[in-house]
Every structure is written in structure tokens, then in C-alpha cells.
Ligand binder design. Structure first.
Ligand code: RP5
Length: 279
């Protein structure tokens, strides 16, 4: 499947001042010749010298491409990526823009996405069936992103040296439980509950994300893990509160009509297939 969301006309968070070259489906793969392809280069000025970001690619920067480079994982889940004229090449093909955009790392930028689910229930706590498909309805914890306003899985970037299991818990607690702003007693309570609940998850997806921030030289990759509260008695009862990069949070009914950030709907569809629930 070709990436689409990272071929939109304007690059996000630039007030429509940075445009991509329009890349038709058939010209996405790098092996298709396109002699005139010469898109603009854009790296947002606010990421320069940030502790979480790479420096510009110059003769003084010697990253270990395709390797774990100190505590930065520069390996791709998609296999070995190419380096052309010092720059890593997006393994999913052309995006119509060179540079790093607003992403911190050249090459893969690793994230983790916790997909927390429960069954939708009626007032008597019976599982709700969709009236048309007669299938049980799943709900997942969705956040509304501050940057684009789109609803999304509450995922986030893996910090240097961080285990993915820790990123999953940390991001869920920060964005869906607002632990960054809760007092220490509440934080401890949330942490204990999340530590227990996040003990058993099932990996749903590992690979490239069709993220609108991707460029020809920097892209998002993720590990999405499902944590399911079947009885609705643990996380399913926990009060949600949006925090950090999230402006809203809620249990969202899952169906094929979901319009989510990046390729998050594709990950949700995999959870639906696993539970044979309404879509
Ligand atoms: C997506 O961006 C990932 O799937 C993850 O949900 C998210 C991580 O980026 P931030 O939310 O930290 O911006 O590609």
C-alpha cells in the first residue's frame, strides 16, 4: 500500500507555506525513474539544536545508519534503508519533500502506540450490538491531537534508550490520564493500575506509519500494542483526562467510519479483525 497522508499538498504546521511536489501513485516507488523529480527541502527552524533532534547532515555528523547508534535506534522495521548523497531514503518511496520537516531524526523516528480497548455496554452492562451487523461494538481510548485537531491513538516518540513497553505506558498516562499534572498520590495510583493492565498486551503492528510529517529523508515508524479490558472493570472504569499533546480524550466507538490521524485506522482495523467485532 502506498503512503498517502504524507503526499498532501501542504506540509503540516507551516500555515500552508511549505508545499510538496505532487507525487502520483505510480511515481511513489524510488525504482520508477523520474529524472525531473527535485522537490524543495524543508527542515523546521524550531528543531535546530533541540536535545531530541539530530544536527544538520554535514561532514561533521557521523550517524550509524541502519544500526543502534549509542542509545538512538536508527534501524528500520522495514529492512535496510538506502543512503544517497549522505541522506537516508524513505523506504516507502517519494513524499514530494526533502529535509526533515518537523521530525527530530533523519531516517526512522520511532514511536509506540497503545491501543486500549473495551466493549461498549448498555445501562445494564450488557455488551452493545450494532443494530445492522449484530456484532459487538469495541471502543478504544482516543485522544484529539493538539497539532492537527485529528483524533488518534495516544502514542508518542520513544525516548533515546527507552524500552517500548515503557513508552506505551508513559504516553498513555501523559495523554489519556494527564499524570504530568496530577499530584503524586494520584500518579502512583495510575501507575500501579497501568503497570498491571499493560502487563498483557498483544502486538498488532510494527512498521512504517503514513504520517503527514514524513519526508523523503525522515519518517515515522511504530509498534502498536493492544491492551484489552474484556470485563470493563479495570482501565475501562478509569477516569480519562487529556494531558500533554492531547486536547481531548474519550472512549470512541470503533467502526469503518473512523477518520483518524496518520494510518491509525489501519491499526484499529487489525484489532477489529482480532476480536471479530463490529466494523
Ligand atoms: C504517529 O505519530 C505514531 O503512530 C504516533 O501515534 C505519533 C507519535 O508522534 P507524536 O504524537 O509524539 O507527535 O506517527
Amino acid at each position: 500500500m502506498f503512503h498517502r497522508k504524507c503526499r498532501s499538498h501542504f506540509y503540516p504546521r507551516t500555515n500552508d507555506t511549505v508545499s510538496r511536489v505532487l507525487v502520483p501513485d505510480e511515481k511513489v516507488p524510488w525504482h520508477i525513474k523520474w529524472e525531473e523529480y527535485n522537490p524543495a527541502t524543508f527542515t523546521a527552524s524550531h528543531i535546530e539544536r533541540q536535545p531530541w533532534a539530530d544536527p544538520a547532515i554535514t561532514d561533521n555528523f557521523h550517524p550509524q545508519w541502519n544500526k543502534v547508534d549509542g542509545n538512538i535506534n536508527r534501524k528500520s522495521y522495514m529492512g535496510v534503508y538506502q543512503i544517497v548523497d549522505l541522506f537516508p531514503l524513505n523506504p516507502a518511496g517519494r513524499t514530494g519533500l526533502k529535509g526533515r520537516g518537523v521530525l527530530g531524526r533523519w531516517g526512522p523516528n520511532h514511536a509506540a502506540d497503545p491501543i486500549v480497548t473495551r466493549w461498549k455496554r448498555d445501562e445494564s452492562l450488557n455488551v452493545d450490538l450494532n443494530p445492522v451487523t449484530k456484532m459487538p461494538i469495541l471502543q478504544f481510548v482516543a485522544i484529539q491531537r493538539r497539532d492537527t485537531g485529528e483524533w488518534a491513538i495516544p502514542g508518542g516518540m520513544v525516548d533515546p534508550g527507552e524500552m517500548i513497553t515503557s513508552t506505551l505506558k508513559r504516553e498513555f498516562m501523559e495523554e489519556a490520564l494527564n499524570t504530568l499534572e496530577s499530584d503524586s498520590a494520584e500518579r502512583e495510583k495510575s501507575k500501579a493500575m497501568i503497570d498491571k493492565f499493560f502487563d498483557e498486551g498483544e502486538e498488532i503492528y510494527r512498521g512504517y506509519v503514513d504520517d503527514p510529517r514524513n519526508t523523503d529523508n525522515a519518517w515515522m515508524e511504530t509498534v502498536a500494542v493492544n491492551f484489552h479490558d474484556d470485563s470493563g472493570t479495570s482501565v475501562g472504569l478509569f477516569p480519562l483526562c487529556a494531558g500533554d499533546d492531547a486536547v481531548n480524550v474519550r472512549w470512541m466507538d470503533i467502526s469503518r467510519d473512523l477518520k483518524l490521524y496518520a494510518s491509525h485506522s489501519d491499526f484499529i482495523a487489525k484489532v477489529v479483525a482480532k476480536y471479530n467485532s463490529h466494523w
